[in-house]
Write a protein of this length. Structure first.
Length: 494
RNA sequence: GUCUCCAUCGUCUAGUGGUUAGGACACCGGGUUUUCAUCCCGGCAACGGGGGUUCAAUUCCCCCUGGAGAUGCCA
């Protein structure tokens, strides 16, 4: 039997790191086993499901290059793949369970349930959850309530005796006493929609899913799902619960740890291959040395046995490192194309980019490529080329352990030299500037730094002469002259 | 509270009944460099504790501790 796995998110928010990791593992597993990867949308929570979330799901998978073999948009023979379009199905199966005595209608109001929970909370009762109030309603009571049109939910009759186990590929056998399983969880809500438990079991069975790979937070529900399969008389798929992705403090990764939405990473300028690579390495490894994998390699080498059991902490720093590496591997043309949107957004170029602008931009790739950790870093790095620089504090010109006066003199001298030799070979310019530093008894940097600041507006920039050339000698000299004036003005004030 | 799961450097991890417990990120030094970055070299740093099993446990078993997750008409 060929492998069929699925990623089944609920569209109640933006796709986040944890979800995507689950999607990736399912996808890799399908590809590595020549199986099918199915996308299913579990939008049974009518309150929280949104179309925006569904769109974000598609955008995210497309961006990462994860194509699904069956699912919304592409279709497939087990559709529909959106649960809200399958409602009738779940109600039918729920009815079947009722008819078989495996489930029952519960007419308890949310108010009663709330009160019950509050009471249990207050008295620190050992009993948690539903009290099975409606489990043994008489035929008359049920008929009466139905006749009254009382809203109801359908609950599973969980056995109170015995225990239920299932095999997890990673964890081994997981067993839970039936009395510890949720006391009669809701299968069908009063709005007629199924809960996750019901929908997930029915769909996985109907869609021929062979392996369920989902986060470990689902382990406690495992026995419940097995009970459902048994109630239907179906054979459950193989389970493989994936370790969770945590934040720095060891808690489930969430917004307070930083960005968790894939969209945020994308906007900040992370490359899909870097994100894919890093996220996959949290919880999976190949061997003791290899840490770079392309999508194709994951699809070939991925295996369940190499998945780690323990949860992993998401390290933003390491992701950044991966991203820098992937950026540096880009060809100049590719990188420029990736960077262009950021330039537009910063207003450095208009929405229509001229031939000249783009070839100029291409020419500065070597200056910035190895300085980028994320694509958006291009903005501060190239600002001086597109906007006038504004040195706020005159101290900015002054290198460490050097006086303002010396700095002013150094920049003035440098200005004379650069003006006289503008456009000449770098070696000549360097030689002369080094000479100046010697004359003034300064470190070489004592002369270069003020020039850098004058030209780029910052102590941190691409190499000086490359920056000047990119900016153009005329503008550069003007900025240096402005810098000289600023420094001299300050010296006079003292 | 109850239940379930987990446990190697700060982090991601490799690994074995006998190893100097390996790599990567981060961090700290040093080198290259006119700054930053890149790059190169070096350093720091781990088997949670206690019992067993065994000639020998980081590795196998048990307990403890610690952590996490679940305990919803959310998934």
């Amino acid at each position: 039997m060929s492998v069929r796995v699925r990623y089944a998110p609920s569209p109640t928010g933006l796709q986040h790191i944890g979800g995507v990791r689950t999607a990736l593992f399912n996808y890799f597993f399908a590809r590595a086993n020549k199986g099918s990867f199915i996308l299913r949308i579990e939008d049974t929570d009518r309150e929280r499901s949104t179309n925006e979330s569904i769109q974000d799901l598609y955008d995210t998978l497309n961006w990462l290059g994860i194509e699904w073999d069956e699912g919304p948009v592409v279709g497939g023979e087990y559709g529909p793949y959106i649960q809200s379009e399958r409602s009738r199905l779940y109600a039918q199966y729920a009815d079947q369970l009722i008819a078989d005595g495996k489930a029952y209608r519960c007419f308890c109001t949310p108010e009663r349930l709330d009160a019950l929970r509050e009471e249990q909370e207050k008295t620190k009762s050992k009993e948690k959850g539903y009290d099975r109030h409606c489990r043994n309603l008489s035929e008359e009571e049920i008929a009466h309530n139905l006749a009254q049109n009382m809203p109801y939910v359908v609950r599973l009759k969980v056995p109170t005796e015995g225990k239920t186990s299932f095999e997890d590929v990673l964890m081994g056998t997981i067993t839970r006493k039936n009395k510890d399983v949720n006391p009669d969880p809701v299968l069908l809500k009063s709005d007629g929609f199924p809960t996750y438990h019901l929908a997930n079991v029915i769909d996985d069975h109907l869609m021929g899913i062979t392996h369920i790979m989902r986060a470990q937070e689902w382990i406690p529900s495992g026995p419940l799902h097995i009970l459902l399969y048994e109630a239907f008389g179906w054979t459950p798929p193989l389970y493989c619960h994936l370790p969770m992705v945590m934040g720095k403090d060891g808690q489930k990764l969430s917004k307070r740890h930083g960005s968790t939405a894939v969209r945020d990473f994308r906007e900040k300028g992370y490359l899909p291959e870097a994100l894919m690579n890093y996220v996959s390495m949290v919880g999976w490894s190949y061997d003791d040395k290899r840490e770079f994998f392309s999508k194709e390699e994951f699809c070939e080498l991925f295996s369940l046995e190499k998945i780690n059991k323990a949860p992993g902490i998401f390290d933003y720093k390491k992701l950044e490192w991966y991203n820098g590496i992937y950026i540096r591997e880009k060809r100049d043309e590719e990188l420029a194309a990736l960077l262009l949107p950021y330039l537009k957004e910063a207003g450095f170029v208009g929405s229509q980019v001229s031939e000249q602008e783009s070839s100029f931009f291409l020419s500065i790739m070597p200056l910035i490529k190895e300085r980028l950790k994320v694509l958006s870093d291009v903005i501060p790095l190239t600002r001086f080329l597109y906007q006038e620089v504004a040195v706020e504090d005159v101290q900015e010109f002054v290198p460490k352990k050097q006086s303002l006066g010396d700095t002013a003199v150094a920049l003035a001298r440098a200005y004379e030299i650069l003006k006289a030799h503008a456009g000449e070979a770098v070696e000549i310019l360097e030689e002369q500037l080094v000479e100046v530093s010697k004359e003034l008894g300064l470190k070489v940097n004592g002369v270069f730094m003020p020039i850098r600041v004058a030209v780029t507006g910052s102590q941190v920039s691409p190499p000086l002469f490359d920056s000047i050339r990119a900016l153009g000698w005329e503008k550069a000299l003007q900025r240096i002259e402005d810098g000289v004036k600023m420094l001299e003005g300050e010296v006079d004030d003292e």
